[in-house]
Design a protein around this ligand. Structure first.
Ligand code: NDP
Length: 293
């Protein structure tokens, strides 16, 4: 067997087009242009690239992109003051604080300042709680993108056994909640899980969000499983700088029925889902029905 390769780039492009249509309709019907504000503190090169990419994608979708840059030595108060100003600004529909923040700033406190209605990363306690309770809220982007890709393979995930390796607030936990909402039987695995290979071999859907290059070997994969590899790891190999996932792609693809590549799998979906959350936030804040995105 050789797995279907799940094309996250194509799926993200399709989603972005749908979002652009929804944005155009909002402009036509309500003279409303959704706006996404991104806050970047410091000069971390990877964060700068992410922020630039987010800005370009936001404008391509027809929305307004607003960037706020603060110096690396900005105080926590300066960051929370900015977030409060963005909360109060009616032209801003989504607020994203680029993580990680410098060590002297408490990220959790800053995130809690974001108005949950504008929390397009879905990281506030209010949105995490809504996800847990099965209520509508704003859902973290990478887990949402992972679900869209899994459903692109098998529309109905009901009854499947999903194993999520990794339990972070950003990825693993919300992904497990979303799979549960799809009526999967969910196992959450982490660094203390015993017999991890065996646990993974029980998965119809195997999601890896660990941050360890190729940790999940081919013999951890059940025949016919769907693999969603969230991991992004930069390694040196054969004298080259490469990006690889948490799954040993070449070994896993001969057993799986479908697998996301790295790069080109979950990664591109993350920004597309951020845009999706922004257009949804813009509609909900004004009491409009959710756009069809
Ligand atoms: P974290 O470091 O926050 O969490 C890693 C998780 O993996 C933890 O729950 C940890 O368990 C678990 N873990 C670590 N080592 C092992 C092990 N040996 N066996 C089993 N579990 C283990 O990472 P994130 O969730 O933020 O990110 C995970 C990966 O996803 C990274 O590679 C990151 O780059 C990538 N990522 C990709 C995104 C995308 O857009 N595609 C977006 C966000 C992240 P424990 O809790 O017990 O410590």
């Amino acid at each position: 067997m050789s797995a279907d390769i799940i094309d996250g780039k194509a799926a993200a492009a399709t989603l972005r087009e749908t979002i652009a249509v929804a944005v155009a309709a909002m402009k036509a019907d309500h003279e409303l242009q959704p706006g996404l504000a991104v806050v970047l503190v410091g000069e971390d090169p990877a964060s700068q690239v992410y922020v630039r990419n987010k800005g370009v994608a936001t404008e391509k979708a027809g929305m307004r992109s607003i960037e706020h840059r603060l110096p690396a030595d900005a105080t926590e108060e300066a960051v929370t003051d900015l977030v409060r100003r963005l909360n109060a600004d009616d032209t801003v529909d989504g607020i994203l604080v680029q993580l990680p923040l410098p060590d002297h700033i408490n990220s959790a406190r800053v995130i809690e300042e974001i108005d949950p209605a504008k929390d397009v990363d879905g990281l506030t306690e209010a949105n995490a709680g809504r996800l847990m309770l099965g209520k509508p809220g704003l859902v973290p982007c990478t887990p949402q993108g992972s679900i869209i890709l899994a459903k692109s393979v098998r529309g109905n995930l009901s009854g499947l056994h999903a194993v999520v390796v990794g339990r972070s607030i950003l990825v693993g936990k919300p992904l497990a909640m979303l799979l549960l909402a799809e009526n999967c039987t969910v196992t959450m695995a982490h660094s203390r899980t015993k017999n991890l290979a065996e646990v993974c071999r029980g998965a119809d859907i195997l999601c890896a969000a660990v941050g360890r290059p190729r940790m999940i070997g081919g013999d951890w994969v059940k025949e016919g499983a769907i693999i969603i590899d969230v991991g992004i790891n930069r390694i040196e190999e054969d004298g080259k700088n490469r990006l690889v996932g948490d799954v040993d792609f070449d070994a896993a693809k001969v057993r799986a029925s479908a697998i996301t590549p790295v790069p080109g799998g979950v990664g591109p979906m993350t920004i597309a889902c951020l845009l999706r959350n922004t257009v949804i936030a813009a509609a909900r804040r004004r009491g409009f029905s959710d756009p069809a995105v």
